[in-house]
Design a protein around this ligand. Structure first.
Ligand code: ADP
Ligand code: MG
Length: 693
């Protein structure tokens, strides 16, 4: 197969726009404001819409609120001023022989009187506000100039581009036409490769079904600007999006190949000697999905190349037990394991769980967070080993294959001074809270350790294949049995009194509740609101006890609140969205979320994953006063389904990948044409194309 082609300085498309006829320094500056620097940038400048100029609407036939283009001559124009020096309105009247159209601008500009001169012919696009007289406010206009290039601007479907100050639609369209002629038409004839890295055209021709549906890149670029039918623009977009996805998938593939040829796997499949007693003492039987996933993981941990795997499973599907078994495989094989969680609370919780599970098996578990260091826990270990009646650990226990350790922590694990010797496996919980860079930073602490990243935000396939395209995938698609049902309700604030008495009922029956406030703590006022709400809540729910959890608390304070909540000495936890990830208190069965509209759907789904973990029926109440039908129907998705994948997909469509994954997620590329919410099929094709090389 041909080597990937890269655009080099000598490629004609990477030349600066200034080498085009008619583009001087001033024009280049204007184009740069639109991020157009090279000829390729120009060719990929996407029209904002197209206008069918094969027929124009007669002014007489304009309808209110319906966008249309008309063509006519200006028969009158002028500025209307209410009082000297006050805001002025500019207006002209257009005549196309069928009727008159008034075009108005509420801010008259100095250039308008000269430009919209009586007698000139204009195209006008916009939505009529009224028909008596026929009026459009702030229309888009284009001067009709008869000239050599008029076939570019008339009697066809024409592109309308995003512009910047000083740049005219007609000028840019002309430039585009000439540039297409010069660079694209030639290559269409010779079928030369206009794609950047991989010759996708060739690949498409090889995959017969695609050849039938998608044009060559050169044709697509032409269609993008000057389509023959309006539907063609979507075909063009798809073809160009495919190139973007292919470029990304090749990068992913290259990263992976590079990794696989350089790295030899550490043998970490284990021998079951710790897993057996662990499972026996666990208190429940693994689900079929958990067992299947563990089989996949074991095969990978014994493979020739280091495992790089994404473990997906909806909230509550039992990823922690899978993580523990995976850790045990490496520990059994004599290697240390690092487990990184995004918050101190979660790290503490993992530490407590894993210590409880693994220390009886003779495995040392250490904690490394911003506020807790490992030293303390070495003592704990000594005690727990003594209880077990085994010998105390050797001082260099971490290097002793008999005594491999598990290090649990937050990003504090990443600090340079923190050494992780003999590292066989890295586990990252709630990966979407970390960037790809942080993931790799932890992996680099060892010599190509195995990697397991876990995520509870179900990731739509499109994102999974792009963002995590270099990872293999294991999915836990089954919840443990015996869960109480979880019901979700969307309510207005006026339902709150009823909701509170409902919560009191549940508390009286011995259950616990979360009350969640959006992230309002970022400023002083926000903190005041949280503390005030805390006082209110205590008064409202007395004698039940309320605890407060927010991001400004120190590690020990947080831990104390959580401990009290776990022990049910605190019955209600008022929290900012901090508890979103991982917290596991099965007796908590009610969650009230205020200002629910401030959260994304995936985030709300995560939040409510804190309840419905025990055998009791659980209730999530989303309070929102958002009245717009679309904001309510968005929240109602949560009433309708508990399927995290469906929810994540809805969220991706409504709010985009950045919102779905959080700001941390830096690994996401920007696409000009690709759309992660809808282009699953194209992403799949891109992978096929890259794999076929
Ligand atoms: P998540 O996938 O969200 O991290 P957890 O690992 O926290 O979920 O598990 C949620 C709850 O389900 C925990 O209380 C855990 O002990 C329990 N659990 C996990 N696996 C099983 C199982 N196979 N059977 C019963 N309960 C389970
Ligand atoms: Mg979890």
């Amino acid at each position: 197969m041909a080597a990937p082609q890269t655009t080099t300085g000598s490629s004609p498309l990477s030349q600066p726009v200034t080498m085009l006829w008619g583009v001087g320094g001033e024009r280049a500056k204007q184009l740069a404001r639109l991020d157009i620097r090279t000829i390729e940038d120009l060719l990929l400048h996407k029209p904002r819409r197209h206008e069918d100029r094969r027929n124009f609407r007669a002014i007489k036939e304009l309808q209110i609120g319906e966008a249309a283009t008309v063509r006519g001559k200006i028969i009158a124009a002028g500025v209307k001023r209410w009082r000297q020096g006050e805001r002025a309105l500019f207006e002209f009247v257009l005549d196309d022989g069928s009727a008159h159209l008034h075009c108005r601008w509420w801010q008259a500009q100095p250039w308008m009187e000269e430009y919209f001169a009586t007698g000139r012919e204009f195209l006008v696009f916009g939505k009529p506000e009224s028909l008596r007289p026929r009026t459009i406010d702030h229309p888009e206009t284009e001067l009709v100039e008869e000239g050599v290039e008029s076939f570019v601007h008339f009697n066809r479907i024409v592109p309308i581009y995003p512009l910047t100050e000083g740049l005219q639609q007609r000028w840019l369209r002309g430039l585009m036409w000439r540039t297409l002629e010069k660079f694209v038409a030639a290559s269409r004839e010779s079928a030369a490769n206009l794609s950047e890295r991989v010759n996708v055209d060739e690949k498409l021709a090889a995959l017969a079904r695609d050849a039938a549906t998608l044009p060559s890149r050169a044709n697509a670029i032409h269609m993008l600007h000057f389509p023959e039918a309006l539907d063609d623009t979507e075909i063009a977009r798809k073809r160009l999006a495919l190139d973007e996805f292919v470029a990304l998938q090749s990068q992913i593939q290259a990263r992976r190949n590079n990794f696989e040829t350089r790295a030899q796997a550490l043998p970490c499949a284990g021998d079951n000697r710790l897993i057996k007693p662990f499972l026996a003492g666990l208190g429940f039987k693994l689900t079929g999905a958990q067992t299947r996933v563990l089989r996949e993981i074991r095969a990978a941990m014994g493979g020739a190349h280091p495992m790089r795997r994404l473990l997906q499973g909806d909230v509550g599907s039992g990823k922690t037990a899978v993580a523990a078994c995976t850790a045990l495989m490496a520990l059994e094989s004599g290697f240390n394991v690092a487990l990184m969680a995004p918050t101190e609370i979660l790290a503490e919780q993992h530490f407590r769980n894993f210590a409880g599970w693994l220390e009886p098996l003779g495995v040392r578990v250490e904690l490394q967070t911003g506020s807790r260091k490992t030293g303390v826990d070495v003592l704990r270990f000594a005690c727990s080993v003594k209880q077990q009646g085994t010998a105390p650990p050797a001082l260099d226990a971490t290097r002793n294959t008999q005594h491999a350790s598990l290090f649990v922590g937050t990003h504090a694990l990443l600090t340079a001074s923190f050494d992780l010797p003999n590292l066989g496996l890295v586990i990252i919980d709630e990966q979407h809270k970390f960037g790809v860079a942080q993931r790799e930073q932890l992996v680099r602490k060892g010599r190509y350790p195995h990697l397991l990243v876990m995520t509870a935000t179900p990731i739509p396939r499109t994102l999974g294949l792009t963002l995590y395209g270099d990872l293999d995938l294991s999915v836990i698609d089954e919840l443990p049995p015996g869960r109480g049902r979880l019901k979700t309700f969307v309510r207005f604030t006026d339902a709150l009194p009823k909701v509170w008495s409902f919560i009191r009922e549940k508390l009286a029956a011995g259950r616990q509740a979360y009350v969640v406030y959006p992230r309002v703590e970022d400023n002083v006022d926000g903190m005041k609101a949280v503390t005030k709400e805390f006082d209110n809540l205590q008064a409202k729910l007395a004698p039940f006890r309320v605890g407060l959890l927010h991001g400004r608390l120190g590690g020990r304070e947080k831990e104390a609140v959580m401990a009290a909540f776990r022990a049910n000495t605190v019955n209600v936890l008022l929290a900012t969205s901090l508890i979103e990830v991982g917290v596991d208190v099965p007796n908590a069965t009610v969650m009230l979320i205020e200002n629910a509209e401030a959260f994304g759907l995936a985030q709300l789904h995560q939040l409510r994953g804190r309840i419905g973990r025990g055998e009791h029926e659980s209730y999530c109440i989303l309070i929102s006063d958002a009245k717009k039908p679309e904001s309510r129907s968005r929240l109602q998705v949560l009433e309708e389904t508990n399927d995290g994948f469906r929810i994540a997909e809805a969220d991706l469509k409504l709010r985009g990948p950045g919102e779905l994954l959080g700001q941390q997620q830096s690994g996401l590329p920007r696409f000009r044409f690709g759309d992660l919410a809808t282009d699953l099929d194209l992403i799949r094709r891109a992978r096929e194309i890259v794999a076929a090389r």
